[in-house]
Ligand binder design. Structure first.
Ligand code: PRP
Ligand code: 7HP
Length: 182
């Protein structure tokens, strides 16, 4: 285990098993819909890569980059689009693929923004749901795991751009971000 991790919350095997289940469910729900999956960079990149390989119906992929956390552990509350979609989603079945819903501000912004582009349908699939910190009421259509109110990293999730490569999801030691503030 990495020395900055206090404990492993979800090990690699548990994550892979759940991602497979989500892929199987999406394959049933989106049969004949040819959906476009929108990966929200950077956090969801690893989840998206694993998820699509468990989907057995045709899908397309597009990418959006959003930022609200800067390099900290608290949302700035201001959501910015850093990279927009390459293609129009008008009349398309759209599935947002996100790593985590925490305050809910990012997903709420995305749902409003993408809904205004008039997709045929719009849903969200998130790996992690941390309901304890919600600032806007929100429930994703597909959720991998509900997690407690702790700052987690790994499997795409970062703190100050580090730890995304870890194959598991772990709780970051508080001293790591407390030291960074000194
Ligand atoms: C993280 C995460 C979600 C968002 C969730 O993104 O990937 O997009 O925060 O938090 P919220 O529910 O409180 O809005 P971040 O801005 O850190 O960008 P990243 O994906 O590039 O790490
Ligand atoms: C964003 C985010 N990034 C990494 N770990 C968490 O626990 C997070 N919550 N919101």
């Amino acid at each position: 285990m990495h020395e900055d991790i206090a404990k492993v919350l979800l090990d690699a095997h548990t994550i892979q098993r759940r991602v497979r289940e989500l892929g199987e469910q999406l394959s049933r729900d989106y049969a004949d819909k040819n959906p476009v999956l929108i990966c929200i960079l950077k956090g969801a990149a690893i989840f998206m890569a694993d998820l699509v390989r468990h989907i057995s119906v045709p899908v397309r992929m597009d990418f959006m980059a959003i930022s609200s956390y800067g390099s900290g552990v608290r949302t700035s509350g201001v959501v910015r689009i850093l990279k927009d979609l390459d293609s129009s989603i008008e009349r398309q079945h759209v599935l947002i693929v996100e790593d985590i819903v925490d305050s809910g501000l990012t997903l709420s912004y995305l749902l409003d923004n993408l809904q205004s582009r008039q997709p045929a349908s719009l849903r969200a699939c998130v790996l992690l749901d941390k309901p304890g910190q919600r600032r806007v009421p929100l429930k994703a259509d597909y959720v991998g795991f509900e997690i407690p109110d702790e700052f987690v990293v790994g499997y795409g999730l970062d703190y100050a751009e580090n730890y995304r490569h870890l194959p598991y999801i772990g709780v970051l030691k508080a001293e790591v971000y407390e030291n960074a503030r000194k």
